[in-house]
Design a protein around this ligand. Structure first.
Ligand SMILES: C[S@@+](CC[C@H](N)C(=O)[O-])C[C@H]1O[C@@H](n2cnc3c(N)ncnc32)[C@H](O)[C@@H]1O
Length: 303
């Protein structure tokens, strides 16, 4: 199933937790400075988390904004959007259940106090027309912008939705993402393919981790559409991180992840054994390493 299809992401939501555990550290790093970047507004601060998935990004944002709202005595409304209804259903189930996770619990507590509201809405990032122009102080999008067929449309929607002075914080994978190391290796062994030089989706998503590409995308230079951000309103930084994962979790995730499902179904037990034999270090765990690119794009007030 192609990775830009909704069905593919709907079925991925089931095995998404270990991936989320890994990517969460980058998500947190991306939204940590968001409160300082927000424009002055008199009323409730409105933020959209685009391609929110099962909520790793949304709840990290929820925790940051809970602390900020209490300190600054303001209120925030976060709307999580995604084209996968199953992803969003899982996100809202987390929000409505008793939470062990500290970011979910912080978001719930703030909602109970009335300083923060969290809602979700199914929407394709390329068409967010259900939301009015200039109504968001911030838009966050972590590991999402690389999947829609037209990222140019997504960026135009961000521009339209942001109020003057508003900011988009977009996180993408830089070069050393896990599938680059592990997927070609096990694909070779279990699928009878020759070793991949480029993976189908990894190849497509790779360019988003390059600062020059993402700057061109946000400037509106990649198609004949309107010019958007000025280069001086864009800033990028790189965040490196690592975490550990058990082979069974990674194997289950690979079978469900659209990034690898382009290659067909995996034999989960065989993948687990191969990972165990070739990839584990101390305590039978796999070390996942990655680098993310965080782009901050401010919509200048003069526009
Ligand atoms: C790798 S996940 C990231 C989820 C979350 N932001 C996080 O940090 O864990 C990518 C998400 O993009 C969503 N997605 C893919 N194409 C989309 C589109 N055209 N519009 C909206 N969401 C999309 C998928 O459903 C999936 O939830």
């Amino acid at each position: 199933m192609p990775a830009d299809s909704k069905d593919s992401w709907n079925s991925a939501s089931e095995g998404y937790a270990p991936f989320e555990a890994f990517t969460g550290q980058f998500t947190r790093a991306a939204c940590v400075e968001l409160p300082d970047l927000l424009p002055e507004t008199s009323g409730t601060v409105r933020i959209m988390d685009v391609a929110a998935g099962t909520g790793a990004s949304t709840f990290a944002l929820g925790k940051q904004m809970s602390d900020h709202c209490r300190q600054a005595r303001r209120t925030a409304a976060i709307v999580a959007t995604d084209f996968s209804d199953v992803m969003l259903k899982t996100l809202m189930q987390k929000f409505n259940a008793t939470a062990a996770d500290s970011e979910v619990a912080a978001t719930q507590a703030a909602a109970k106090e009335g300083v923060l509201e969290l809602t979700s809405q199914v929407a394709d990032a390329q068409d967010l027309s259900a939301f009015a122009d200039g109504t968001f102080s911030a838009i966050t999008c972590t590991f999402g912008i690389m999947f829609p067929p037209s990222p140019e449309k997504v960026v135009r929607e961000f521009w339209r939705l942001l109020m003057p002075g508003g900011v988009a914080v977009v996180t993408t994978w830089h070069y050393n993402n896990i599938p680059y190391d592990i997927l070609p290796d096990i694909a070779h062994v279990f699928k009878g393919h020759s070793r991949f030089k480029d993976l189908p989706m990894a190849a497509a998503t790779h360019k988003f981790g390059q600062e020059c590409y993402i700057r061109r995308l946000f400037r509106g230079d990649l198609d004949s559409g309107p010019k958007l951000w000025k280069d001086s309103d864009l800033s990028a930084r790189f965040v490196a991180g690592s975490s550990v994962c058990l082979p069974q979790h990674l194997a289950a995730m690979m079978n469900k992840n659209p990034l690898s499902s382009d290659l067909g179904d995996w034999d989960e037990a065989a993948v687990e054994k191969y990972l165990q034999d070739h990839w584990t270090g101390e305590n039978g765990q796999i070390i996942l390493r990655g680098t993310a690119l965080v782009l901050v794009a401010r919509k200048t007030k003069s526009e």
